[in-house]
Structure formats: structure tokens, C-alpha cells
Write a protein that binds this ligand. Structure first.
Ligand SMILES: [Zn+2]
Length: 583
């Protein structure tokens, strides 16, 4: 079975009038047979009126269906609930992948994108659809100078050939490929790619996949026949997805990120685990889940001018703080030990010249705290730079009172906040600095959600950057690596941090615009430029959230490198009108 998806406006109709050949073309496609079955289903995928009010969706749908009635083409798209997909229903416009995915799932559940032909007069949508792995045709629309086909009836032989084409078995090749290798993949052969660091997945009909693999000259490919529609991206903390679902086959293992083989319905059911420690979604097409950005300084090169008081970033003090934090036994959000840790950290931040306050955070039937520490800058038009980490720890198997040392998760980040407070204590700053130790993170980001919800609009608009540290000391890769994870809104901060890492440290940098489940997410959800700095492959660590997350497994050198990067960035962000971005 194949699916032919039409755009409506300017493709089949213009100004509520059918375009020449529309009826004839739809009838011809409808009549195509594969044996005694239809060779293709017809569908519509349209950008239409958007609404934030769910009760308005049926009203808008009826308006669209009435238009199909008036045009006399509704019969080709029955049942409309399955064959017609509107941006209104999905909440985003074409060419967002979600719109095409919804259209295909409704019309022919389980169909691969490569078995879908999309027809539109919108050239950029054609290109975007091809990047997602659909076949697409650019029809010359009203007033357009050209197209791949000039008129609707020219589509008939093309669709016939498409329905007769045996696309062969699906194949996904897994390549170790240098950055940019994906640029050489032709756009119109039904192939999609996804990059995870140095790994490139190339999916599609097996013949073109093999041609692409041959074309790259990369011989270290493994291969799977799992259809693209079953490939899903898992983002996990520690190894928690694999611990909860050891039976799910893993196609690519990059620690924090996995590509797994799952039935789409099963995947949707698994997303949003009760423990919140992993997420599952369809493998995104034609994008990098994360990129390997830089590999530190060239060997032997001296670090650039240190922007900070290097001596103030003390390894001894960092180690002592880690030991103190782990020494509380547990820092479970609602336990007295957590409050004791807060009081101790409050003393340390006060000693670094900060004014502190506590915020009470509801956690289930109990409460936790956010510890907020401020230093006011000396500038006149001051913005605010936030540095945060969660102070709480958890032992998922053991309950609130069980031992939860949380050395990597997240004494490392919390001790990092104290270290940054000390390192900047003598630094003249123009902008305001706010250090925050969050509670309730392990219960669902409750501290950071509470903090963000309580921001008044003026204060929110003053925030120029948020740096979140979570698990910065558990080294799980050969090359010491930091992952900078944010969203489009934090791209400048990511770039500046990456530049700082390259200038000041020997760590390799990975970047990702797929934020997941730490205290940076509530900020990003409000459009605030936040970035998580985390060790590069935290998913390789199976000790988090257990009584085995202990200091002996930590790499203090790595943590100090990540802190050096952050301090270097902060000195810039706190003192300068703008920071330099390098892309
Ligand atoms: Zn954490």
C-alpha cells in the first residue's frame, strides 16, 4: 500500500475553485489497482486555521470538510477523519515532521515515509518532506514560473510509476562518519539520516542505502533491517531505560541517547516513565541528536589567557565539599538531612559574599527548599546570570531514608555551584549573579519549576543566561567530554561555552538541542536561555539513583575542567555587554 498526500490550497484549488485537471487526476489515482486492491490511498494534509482552544477544533474541521463538499472532492478522502490531517489538529504547521507523521499514522498506520508521495506547490515544503524521507513532487502552482510537473494531470503517470515501484526491503545502516558526511546524501531517493555524535544512521530502501554507504567510502557500517518507523530515540539518565526495559533491542548506544527498536504504540506507552528518568520519541529525521563539536585544544597548545582567577578554583576545596555533601548520608528532598545540607551550603555561600534566602518547595505531602544566593553587580543597566544545580539526591530502590550519597548526581554539580561562588568572590562583576541549589529535582524538577513559576516578568526578562550543572564528575568516555544541552533559544550560550571549553580546557565538547529532564528544562520551556553542562556520556553510568553513586567513582579533574569552562564563560557573561560567539 502506498499513500499519496495532497496539499489543498494552490495545489488542488485556488480561491475556492478546483484547479484544471484536479478532478481527472484524483479520479485516475483513485482508479489505480494493485491486483484487486487500490494501489494507493489518497489523503490531504493542510495548513489551516490554528487555535489554542480545543473546543474550536471540531468547528474548524467542519469548515474544512464543507470546503471539500463545495469543491466536489470529498468522496476521494473518505473517511475524512482518517484521510484528512490539518495543522489545526496537530498544533504545528507543515513541514513539521509531526504533521506528516500524524497524516501517515491516520491514513495507513505503520506505513514508512518512503511509501508516501506528497504533492504541493510549495517548493520549500517539498525539500523539507524529502529530508524527512517522503517522496515529494513540486507542482507548478498558480502564478509560479516552474515546477517539477506543470499541471495536475502530469502527475498521473508519475503516481502510477510510484505505486508500481517495489522499494525493496527497508534498511538502516549505522556508520561511523565524520561531520558533514550527511550532506552528500541525495535528497530525492527516499533516504533519511540521523546523527548521534560520530554515528550516522542512514535509513531507506536497501538499494539506495547501499549506494549511499558505498558513496561515503565508509566501510565500518553495521546494518539493520528494522523499518524506520520502529526506530525510536531514548534519552535516559544513567542506564535507567535499559534497567527498566532490558528486553528492548538497542540499535545504537550512546549512553544518554539510545536508538531502540520499538513498535510505535509501545513506544508511545513507554514515554514518560513514572520515575521520569527517560523519554521515548520517534527517531528524529535529518537532524543531529547531538553533535561532536570540538576536541579540546590542539595537543601541546597552551591555554589562552585565563579569564578567571585560576587559583580560586581549588581542587582541594571542591573535594572537601563533595565529601561533606556525601557525608549527609542522604539528601532526599524531604528529609532533615537535606535541610542540614542546605544550612551548611548556605554558610559556604555567605562566606563567598552572597546574600542568601530560602524558598519552600512543595514535594508531595512534604516540602523541600531552594537555596538562593545573590551577588549584586556594580553596573548600571544590570542583567542577571543564573547558575544552578540540584542539591537533592535519591535512592530509587530504597525509599526516602535509604542511603543516597548522590556523589555524581548531584553532589558534583552542587559542589560546583559552591566552587563557582568562591572563584567569583573576588571578581568585579557588572551584572547580577544568582546561585541556586534546587530541591525536589529527583521528584520531577519541582524546585526549578517552582522557581520559574514564581519569577515576575521583569525579573524573567533580566535573565541573560542560566547554567545548570548536573553530574559533572562521572567520567564514562575515553576522551573527557562535556555535553552542552539546550534549545534554540540558548544557542549563543552553547557557542560561548564551547569556545570557553576550547580555549581553557582539554575536554571535548558535544552539543545537543534536545533538552531532557534536568533543571534547565523549566527555564527553556519559558523561553529563557538555559544550558545544561553535564559529563558527555552520563548514560554509561548505572550507579545513579542507587547507594553506589559514591565519590570513589568520580573524576575530579573532569569536574574541574567543566568548572573552568563555566567560570570562564561566567566572567565574560557577568562583566561584558556581550559575549563573543564562535560557530
Ligand atoms: Zn541529577
Amino acid at each position: 500500500m502506498k499513500l499519496v498526500l495532497f496539499d489543498l490550497g494552490q495545489t488542488l484549488e485556488d480561491g475556492d475553485v478546483l484547479l484544471p485537471g484536479a478532478l481527472e487526476t484524483l479520479e485516475a489515482i483513485d482508479a489505480l489497482r494493485d491486483g484487486d486492491r487500490p494501489a494507493a490511498r489518497l489523503g490531504l494534509v493542510s495548513d489551516f486555521d490554528m487555535t489554542n482552544d480545543p473546543s474550536q477544533v471540531p468547528v474548524i474541521q467542519q469548515r474544512y470538510y464543507a470546503l471539500l463538499d463545495d469543491l466536489g472532492i470529498r468522496r476521494f478522502f473518505e473517511p475524512v477523519a482518517e484521510r484528512v490531517t490539518l495543522s489545526t489538529e496537530v498544533g504545528v504547521f507543515k513541514p513539521d515532521e509531526a504533521v506528516f507523521r500524524a497524516a501517515v499514522t491516520r491514513a495507513v498506520p505503520g506505513l514508512e515515509f518512503r511509501d508516501v508521495l506528497f504533492v504541493t506547490e510549495n517548493r520549500s515544503h517539498v525539500l523539507a518532506a524529502r529530508r524527512l524521507g517522503l517522496r515529494a513532487v513540486h507542482l507548478r502552482g498558480p502564478g509560479q514560473p516552474d515546477g517539477e510537473v506543470d499541471g495536475l494531470t502530469d502527475l498521473i503517470p508519475l503516481v502510477r510509476a510510484f505505486t508500481e515501484q517495489d522499494t525493496g526491503p527497508a534498511q538502516t545502516a549505522v556508520l561511523t562518519a565524520p561531520p558533514g558526511a550527511e550532506d552528500a546524501i541525495p535528497a530525492d531517493v527516499g533516504i533519511t539520516w540521523t546523527r548521534l555524535g560520530d554515528v550516522l544512521l542512514v535509513s531507506g530502501p536497501s538499494d539506495p542505502v547501499q549506494e549511499v554507504v558505498a558513496g561515503t567510502g565508509l566501510t565500518t557500517a553495521t546494518s539493520t533491517s528494522v523499518p524506520r518507523g520502529r526506530l525510536h530515540l531514548v534519552t535516559q539518565i544513567g542506564r535507567c531505560f535499559q534497567q527498566e526495559h532490558p528486553d528492548v533491542p538497542v540499535v545504537v548506544d550512546k549512553g544518554r541517547y539510545l536508538v531502540v527498536d520499538l513498535d510505535p504504540e509501545q513506544a508511545a506507552a513507554l514515554d514518560g516513565s513514572p520515575t521520569g528518568c527517560f523519554g521515548v520519541r520517534p527517531l528524529p529525521a535529518s537532524e543531529a541528536v547531538f553533535e561532536q563539536r570540538t576536541v579540546g585544544r590542539p595537543a601541546g597548545a597552551a591555554p589562552a589567557r585565563l579569564r578567571t582567577r585560576e587559583h580560586a578554583l581549588s581542587r582541594a576545596a571542591f573535594e572537601a565539599d563533595l565529601a561533606t555533601l556525601v557525608g549527609f548520608g542522604t539528601r532526599h528532598s524531604t528529609r532533615p538531612e537535606f535541610l542540614a545540607a542546605v544550612e551548611w551550603a548556605r554558610g559556604e555561600l555567605t562566606a563567598s559574599g552572597c546574600a542568601t534566602q530560602l524558598q519552600t518547595v512543595p514535594v508531595g505531602a512534604g516540602t523541600s527548599r531552594n537555596l538562593i544566593a545573590d551577588r549584586v553587580g556594580h553596573g548600571s543597566d544590570r542583567q542577571l546570570v543564573l547558575v544552578g544545580a540540584h542539591l537533592d539526591s535519591v535512592n530509587l530502590a530504597g525509599g526516602p531514608a535509604a542511603a543516597a550519597p548522590g556523589a555524581d548526581d548531584n553532589a558534583s554539580g552542587a559542589a560546583g555551584v559552591l566552587a563557582i561562588g568562591r572563584a567569583l568572590a573576588e571578581e568585579a562583576i557588572a551584572h547580577d549573579l544568582r546561585l541556586i541549589l534546587f530541591g525536589g529535582e529527583e521528584q520531577g524538577l519541582l524546585g526549578s519549576l517552582h522557581y520559574v513559576a514564581g519569577l515576575d516578568p521583569t525579573e524573567r526578562s533580566r535573565i541573560r543566561a542560566v547554567i545548570n550543572m548536573d553530574m559533572i564528575a562521572g567520567r564514562n568516555t575515553d576522551t573527557p567530554t562535556v555535553l552542552l544541552e539546550g534549545a534554540a533559544v540558548s544557542q549563543d550560550v552553547i557557542d560561548a561555552l564551547a569556545a570557553a571549553a576550547q580555549e581553557q580546557t582539554d575536554v571535548a565538547v558535544q552539543t545537543s538541542l534536545n533538552p531532557f529532564n534536568s533543571d534547565h528544562v523549566p527555564f527553556l520551556d519559558q523561553g529563557i536561555p538555559a544550558v545544561l553542562t553535564i559529563e558527555g556520556a552520563d548514560g554509561a553510568n548505572d550507579r545513579v539513583h542507587t547507594d553506589r553513586d559514591r565519590i570513589e567513582f568520580l573524576d575530579h579533574v573532569l569536574a574541574l575542567e567543566i568548572l573552568r569552562m563555566n567560570v570562564s564563560f561566567l566572567v565574560q557573561a557577568l562583566s561584558e555587554d556581550q559575549w563573543v560567539t564562535v560557530r
